[in-house]
Design a protein around this ligand. Structure first.
Ligand SMILES: NC(=O)NCCC[C@H](N)C(=O)O
Length: 404
């Protein structure tokens, strides 16, 4: 039961990442919105940017960087898991009748690519020439691609009390959560260490929650964004599981306006040290409704929790939980730049240690402000990575950090 994290900024020891691959080349001007992209990236340049990010993490922290593709291939050697993931992937377009042929003719590595990058009719016909696909056009997807897979933050979350597997709101992303769940439940490096808090046992259609909405405020408090992607019911269930587990004592529900640039709580703020928060100035004013969940009692194995509607701003919540709080605004609050830089995830830096962050190079006003506060800022190139509208925190799933 060791997969737990008690801060957002303890020195990084292990992290999971996904190098963008063929799934990015599936984006076109016509499907990009459906697949939640702002533009059509140039894959080779994107991979180079991602490699800079990965190498910087390794060089500066010595942390283990797990690669999603490798973990997936290792997990898929179990035929039952492969069958289940393939069935779920084909279910989206009601094409599960292709499952057995695909499994017979594609290698495990090819199945891993099909599960992440998707597979088109003409590609499958190359492997299975006698495939009967009368009803489908050659360039249609039998399995749709998952171009958001490089945002490893969202399909799950590791909290002080255990793991939350996301139930992702957007149909295009739910398969990412299925993949992560299969890996963490079955891979020998992780399976004995998982204390699953969510989904609840036997829940077949859990309410929606995504990892980017979950932020560890302190050892005892977690904030969850009630957002475009995460709903109140999921927050209630996660709060109950976290409070029953006992490590966390307070769970805050933070209502975010439904706007593209507020899509997850971590697009609005990140925590860089025990008393330092980076945020978008507008967020402190527009996030006004918050609620607090605490444990009431546990009686005969029944957990009762209490919800208080606080009507407090995000700032008040942060001040309550983080003593001697210092707040830094994107672009230092300069209205000429803060909106621009927040759009490209200026507030979404990745802390690799206390006051040590990785940030997009394009957010230069924010990076300068961070340096002026004594934060070490390591910059990564960002022309292509930023087109998916997520930043360095979004691209990482920390697995182990030094305890605070
Ligand atoms: N935590 C995050 O904010 N992740 C960024 C996700 C971006 C992705 N294109 C999405 O819309 O889901």
């Amino acid at each position: 039961m060791n997969l737990r994290l008690n801060s957002e900024f303890g020195t990084l020891k292990a992290v999971l990442m996904h190098r963008p691959g063929k799934e990015i080349d599936r984006l076109t001007p016509y499907n990009k919105e459906l697949l939640l992209f702002e533009d059509v990236p140039y894959l080779e340049a994107m991979q180079k940017e991602h490699d800079v990010f990965t190498n910087l993490i390794k060089e500066t922290t010595g942390a283990t960087v797990y690669r999603l593709n490798e973990l997936l291939i290792q997990t898929l050697t179990d035929r039952d898991i492969l069958e289940k993931l393939m069935f779920q992937a084909l279910q989206l377009n009601n094409l599960t009748h292709y499952k057995d042929q695909i499994l017979d003719r594609l290698s495990t590595a090819e199945c891993a690519i099909a599960l992440t990058a998707g597979i088109k009719v003409h590609e499958l016909k190359r492997k299975i020439p006698n495939l009967s696909t009368n009803e489908l056009m050659d360039y249609a997807f039998i399995i749709p691609p998952s171009p958001n897979l490089y945002f490893q933050r969202d399909p799950m979350a590791i909290t002080p009390g255990g793991i939350i597997f996301s139930s992702m709101k957007m149909e295009g992303r739910q398969r990412e959560a299925n993949i992560l769940k299969a890996i963490f439940e079955n891979h020998p490096d992780f399976k004995s260490q998982v204390n699953q808090l969510f989904p609840l046992n036997g829940q077949s259609t859990p309410p929606n929650i995504e990892g980017g909405d979950i932020i560890i405020l302190s050892k005892k408090a977690v904030a969850i964004g009630n957002s475009e992607r995460t709903d109140a019911k999921a927050i209630y269930q996660v709060a109950k599981a976290l409070l029953a587990e006992g490590t966390v004592e307070r769970v805050y529900e933070v209502h975010l306006p439904e706007r593209r640039n507020y899509m997850h709580l971590d697009t609005v703020f990140t925590i860089l040290d025990e008393n330092l928060v980076l945020t978008y100035p507008d967020a402190l004013n527009s996030v006004l409704q918050t609620s607090l969940y605490t444990l009431k009692e546990i009686q005969e194995d029944k957990v009762h929790i209490k919800r208080q509607v606080l009507q407090e701003s995000l700032l008040t919540v942060l001040e309550r939980e983080i003593p001697h709080l210092e707040i830094l605004h994107t672009a230092d609050g300069n209205p000429d730049y803060s909106m621009r830089e927040q759009w490209f995830d200026g507030a979404n830096v990745f802390a690799i240690g206390p006051r040590r962050v990785i940030s997009y190079n394009r957010n230069k006003h924010t990076n300068n402000a961070l340096r002026n506060m004594g934060v070490e800022v390591l910059e990564i190139p960002s022309s292509e990575l930023s087109r998916g509208l997520g930043g360095p925190r979004c691209m990482t799933m920390p697995i182990s950090r030094s305890k605070i």
